[in-house]
Ligand binder design. Structure first.
Ligand SMILES: Cc1cc2nc3c(=O)[nH]c(=O)nc-3n(C[C@H](O)[C@H](O)[C@H](O)COP(=O)(O)OP(=O)(O)OC[C@H]3O[C@@H](n4cnc5c(N)ncnc54)[C@H](O)[C@@H]3O)c2cc1C
Length: 404
């Protein structure tokens, strides 16, 4: 291993490589606290060329390379499984490469966070539309594209962040550097189109968890941020699961382009209010499920029309408006105006830190989720004793000293 270390050190310099035990341990976990293995080497490249050289060495020596953005993957993707491998920390590569305001495309290095990119774009009245994952304050664009991330705001209108992908620069495991989309054409002067040059090569690297190569540059479509927005939160009536699904489907069937819409189940409202994670809900008399929407528009008239349509749907479904202010419990305002879209899940995850490795995200058709949630309740009841044991074990083993 020391031979390999020396070869890699020549590529990035002594300052950006480590085999120190405390550094390796710092990179042995993701956001979760489960230790599955410690890497042999941690390396922090500065550019595509260095990554290409690193992958050539790793390929020759048959060593695993694990790309890592912010390392907040919930499923173990950016940490080693078993004591081996090289962690490739992408966070030094966080520059804006080019903003093409005319064609509305931005090119960035893959280690940049969603927050840093959007902070830059807002000075031009622009944004990424879909704001990546709920962890976007630190999560990287490269991690988001490798995960098809969705949920950090704007996904009802724009879809998963990979929908906005225009082109990628990727270093393959052999060290070869490739470009996708319009950039695969050597005569193209700037990235402008993902499709049209044969098969969708970029699609191969979307959601690949970094297995097919290291994304070094990402070009995304960007959008002018509409001047007007409204956001409201409603308390749902009984049978909240069915009602919320009905509301969300009615919004889609009426073709209303909500920016975000979310159902928050009663259990979450109760827990987050009681545990102090969402103080804005502690004053709600009934801790029932909530639903919120955010809608954007280019004129006030357009906004009023859309709000009227949405409020009619809410009223027809007996849902009660909580009021305009965040202090009224209007999480939608916090979500859109105060980067709540990048903080919401931190609050949820905070309730059960030890349960972090057990979380999962899944996609389902809207009309199926009430049934899926019922099935989960049923499963919980049937496995109540087992779940209690797992929880006790997690607290004892992973958080010694914390009361159960
Ligand atoms: C509080 C919280 C909220 C979250 N909310 C959401 C959410 O709403 N939606 C969602 O989808 N996820 C969510 N996540 C999960 C996760 O944060 C996201 O998927 C995020 O996009 C991961 O980005 P990252 O930079 O941390 O990636 P990492 O964890 O560093 O990596 C993720 C995967 O991508 C690979 N990878 C990273 N960078 C590159 C690269 N440049 N080239 C090739 N492969 C690479 C890694 O090897 C790994 O397999 C959340 C996590 C937390 C803790």
């Amino acid at each position: 291993m020391s031979d390999i270390f020396n070869k890699l050190e020549k590529i990035v310099s002594e300052k950006y490589i480590s085999k120190d035990i405390y550094v390796r341990h710092a990179y042995s976990r993701n956001v979760d606290i489960v230790l599955q293995g410690v890497p042999d080497i941690v390396i922090r490249p500065k550019d595509t060329q260095e990554i290409s050289e690193i992958l050539k060495v790793a390929n020759e020596e048959n060593i695993t390379v694990i790309p890592r953005g912010a390392g907040i993957c919930e499923f173990g993707g950016s940490k080693p499984i078993g004591d081996n491998g090289i962690i490739l920390d992408m966070k030094r590569m966080d520059n804006i490469v080019n903003l093409n305001e005319e064609n509305l495309v931005v090119t960035v290095e893959a280690g940049i966070s969603w927050a840093k990119l959007n902070e830059y774009l807002c000075h031009f009245g622009l944004y990424t539309g879909s704001m990546g994952p709920g962890s976007g304050m630190t999560a990287s664009i490269g991690g988001g594209i490798s995960h098809h991330s969705v949920g950090g705001g704007g996904c009802a209108k724009y879809g998963a962040c990979t929908n906005q992908l225009v082109s990628l620069e990727v270093v393959l495991p052999t060290g070869e550097i490739i470009e996708t989309g319009s950039q695969a054409n050597k005569y193209s002067k700037f990235p402008f189109n993902r499709f049209g040059n044969g098969p969708d090569l970029a699609g191969l690297f979307c959601g690949d968890n970094g297995i097919f190569g290291v994304k070094t540059k990402v070009s995304l479509q960007i959008f002018p941020k509409p001047e007007f927005a409204e956001y409201k939160t409603f308390q749902l009536p009984r049978k909240e699961r069915e009602v919320s699904a009905k509301i969300l489907n009615e919004i889609r069937q009426r073709g209303i382009d909500v920016y975000d819409a979310m159902y928050i189940m009663d259990l979450i409202v109760r827990l987050t209010a009681n545990e102090g994670y969402m103080p804005i809900w502690s004053q709600l008399k009934k801790k029932r499920g909530l639903i919120f929407y955010t809608i954007e528009a280019n004129t006030e008239v357009e906004l009023d029309e859309k709000v009227k349509l949405l409020d009619n749907i809410m009223e027809a479904n007996k849902s009660e408006d909580l009021g305009t202010e965040i202090s009224n419990g209007n999480i939608a305002k916090w979500h859109y105006e105060e980067q709540g879209h990048w903080q919401f899940y931190h609050n949820l995850w905070g309730i059960f830190p030890t349960m972090q490795p057990l979380t999962a995200e899944c996609f389902s058709p809207i009309n199926q989720y009430p049934k899926i949630l019922d099935d989960i309740d049923q499963w919980d009841m049937e496995h109540d004793q087992d779940m209690r044991k797992i929880f006790e074990w997690l607290v004892i083993v992973l958080l010694p000293g914390v009361d159960q």
